[in-house]
Design a protein around this ligand. Structure first.
Ligand code: HEC
Ligand code: HEC
Length: 304
């Protein structure tokens, strides 16, 4: 065997063993390397765990998402801070249009001294360039939420009012609607844009009312009643009644006043004192009852 005629390369048993081992090992190494090469890219397909939980959530979430509000569910009220930031800060952060500036105690001190109820009333019904409810509707922000915003603003500006009590659900919506009908009339007449525009016009008219109106009228209270009435009319009521803004009966317009004057004078006084439709209580002023009645007398005598 060792004298093989055609000179085989394997001549010893050691070489044979080496050749056999190499015959197995080399293809196996090549196969392992190939398999490793093919498998070497990052897997992203199904069955891997390369997707994070967040990616999975994003993939399987529904395309359209609807925020369903249950009308009967207990209402979640915004905090004073939220309402302030969303609405009131537009003017009160910078002091635009003469608004008392947030945290400016000097601006707020005289206002805070009027008491919380007066501030809230102003915030709900408007005053000068301050729009009723900051220009929002009772559907957006309830009276309670406006009250919270007032508390938040005042308390950050020197006051220490107690946080307003949360109303029982249902009562909030009702009182909100009632306040709105007294304040602007826009919602009372069926929430029309025209009504809102008219209310804005009235507020613009009232912005020209001198802010000293109420105190001045108060000072003349002891003077001749008809003088006081005329003064109050000129300072407050004429903002709407001179031109008939918001369908207010026009000063001196007999036809507009006649049907109203068929009612007893006490009723007419009551409307002026407590409001009616778009007519704000006391015309939005804080004049005394006597002065408001005097103003009614003055207006009524001009319409007879
Ligand atoms: C369009 C601007 C504007 C927005 C918005 C606004 N205010 Fe005012 N606010 C004013 C102005 C102007 C005054 C000063 C009125 C005045 O005394 O003549 C004022 C005054 C007030 C006062 C003091 C009233 C008083 O009796 O002295 C309170 C309280 C108030 N605003 C609350 C609010 C609240 C609450 C909001 C948000 C829901 C709000 N305001 C949004 C302009 C604004
Ligand atoms: C923001 C505008 C506005 C201001 C300011 C205003 N009024 Fe009026 N007033 C009205 C409107 C609107 C009506 C009609 C209300 C209705 O019939 O629904 C009205 C009606 C009245 C009536 C008739 C009520 C009736 O039907 O018998 C009297 C009286 C009256 N106002 C007195 C006053 C007095 C007094 C002042 C000033 C202290 C004043 N108003 C300020 C808008 C205003």
């Amino acid at each position: 065997m060792s004298e093989a005629p055609h000179g085989a390369p394997i001549k010893t048993p050691g070489q044979l063993i080496a050749a056999v081992i190499a015959g197995f090992a080399v293809p196996i190494i090549i196969i392992v390397l190939l398999a490793y090469y093919v498998d070497n890219s990052t897997r992203t397909g199904a069955g891997t765990d390369s997707l994070s939980e967040a990616e999975v959530t994003a993939r399987i979430k529904p395309i359209a998402q609807i925020d369903i509000r249950d009308a009967n569910a207990p209402r979640v009220y915004k905090t004073g801070e939220e309402v302030y930031k969303a609405v009131c800060s537009a003017c009160h952060a910078s002091g635009a249009a003469g608004a008392p500036k947030f945290t400016n105690t000097a601006d707020w001190a005289p206002r805070i001294s009027q008491g919380f109820d007066t501030l809230l009333h102003t915030a709900l019904t408007g005053k000068g360039a301050m729009p009723p409810r900051g220009g929002t509707s009772p559907d957006d922000y309830s009276d309670f939420e406006i009250a919270r915003a007032v508390t938040y603003m005042a308390n950050n500006s020197g006051a220490s009012f107690a946080e307003p009590a949360q109303p029982a659900s249902g009562a909030a919506a009702a009182s909100g609607a009632a306040a709105a009908s007294g304040a602007s009339g826009a919602t009372a007449g069926g929430a029309s844009d025209a009504g809102a525009a008219q209310a804005a016009a009235a507020m613009a008219a009232m912005a020209s009312v001198p802010q000293t109106a109420a105190p001045a009228a108060g000072a003349t209270q002891s003077a001749d009643a008809s003088q006081a009435g005329k003064a109050l009319y000129q300072q407050v009521c004429q903002a709407c009644h001179a031109a008939g803004v918001l369908n207010a009966p026009k000063f001196g317009d007999k036809a507009a006043w006649a049907p109203r004057l068929k009612e007893p004078m006490d009723t007419v006084y009551n409307y002026a004192l407590h409001g009616k439709g778009a007519m704000p209580p006391k015309g939005g002023s804080n004049a005394s009852d006597a002065d408001v009645k005097a103003a009614v007398d003055y207006m009524v005598s001009a319409a007879k």
